[in-house]
Design a binder for this molecule. Sequence first.
Ligand code: KG4
Ligand code: ZN
Length: 339
Amino acid sequence: MFTIGLESSCDETACAVLKDQKILSNIVASQTIHASYGGVIPELASRAHLHSFPEIVLNALDTAGISLEDIDLIAVTQTPGLIGALSVGVNFARGLSIGAKKQLIGVNHVEAHVYAATLSTQESIPFPALGLAVSGAHTTAFLMKDPLSYQLIGQSLDDAIGETFDKVARFLGLPYPGGRLLEELALKGDPDAFPFHAARVTGHNFSFSGLKTAVLYAIKGKNSSHATPLPELSGEEKSNLSASFQRAAFATIAQKIPTIVKEFSCKAILIGGGVANNRYFRNLLAQTTSLPLYFASPELCSDNAAMIAALGQDLFKTGKSSTNISPCARYHWQPALPS
Ligand code: KG4
Ligand code: ZN
């Protein structure tokens, strides 16, 4: 079965072609236009998707060595994300589906981030499992009774972890998106130089916005205001701030894992999303739990369409599909009940 995947929920225009679950092509065009603004400008993202899709889709088909006629299924991200950006992808996919008379399925982007971990292993993953999506827009914990079921255990009540990395990176003068560069700076720093910690919140939820403000105050001084300019920092100060922030950001996730695993009888942990690339995080999780860890491979961590095609195809085969699709900015998952 040949599946084409389309992704446009934020600032990556992506298209992938899969033969069954084998990735034949995986093309991602990251929009560079947002870097000078320090964050994604939704209107510019929509326009860039509209401009890029035709070329990206042709490129993905060409690289896979097949034509649109060979495709059996079109899978597209329909939720959650920037509504304008999602609308471009969904309508492009609809056009392809009507024009080429192909089946169409809508896919949840955050679930696909976690599902990407299943593509990155040959092992048979034991379930129930804890699924973690750690990305620029989401910090979400799921109970997965199987690879296609996603019930909500907890999520960030304010900023997402990747968003927090990008904001702190900005305070340190790093270009957007600064998560990876912050991790590099942290390698040379002392994680205990600043006593940062994330706010404690109810249940299995997370909060990162107070941690971000604590870093800002550590840089500007306690009585600073919005108007206080960011001071020049030495290389050592930047490294220490990065290492201390990174320790606190990941500690708040790691600390919750043993309780979640016990409460929901999890037998494995699946992790995806751009922040899952972080080596410190990978090592910390390995020290936190003895359960098998399944990380999405680096090319499938950040936004891509291979994860969309793969999840869409699996959903389609099991009949759990949503073929009546429309873009939706927010998605509310069913809460998980303890075992
Ligand atoms: O999954 P993704 O491509 O986009 C969303 O779905 O939001 O994740 C992008 C996020 C950005 O915030 C980026 O700074 C962060 O992932 N990121 C990292 C690392 N690599 C990417 N954050 C921390 N450490 C990294 N190594
Ligand atoms: Zn994403």
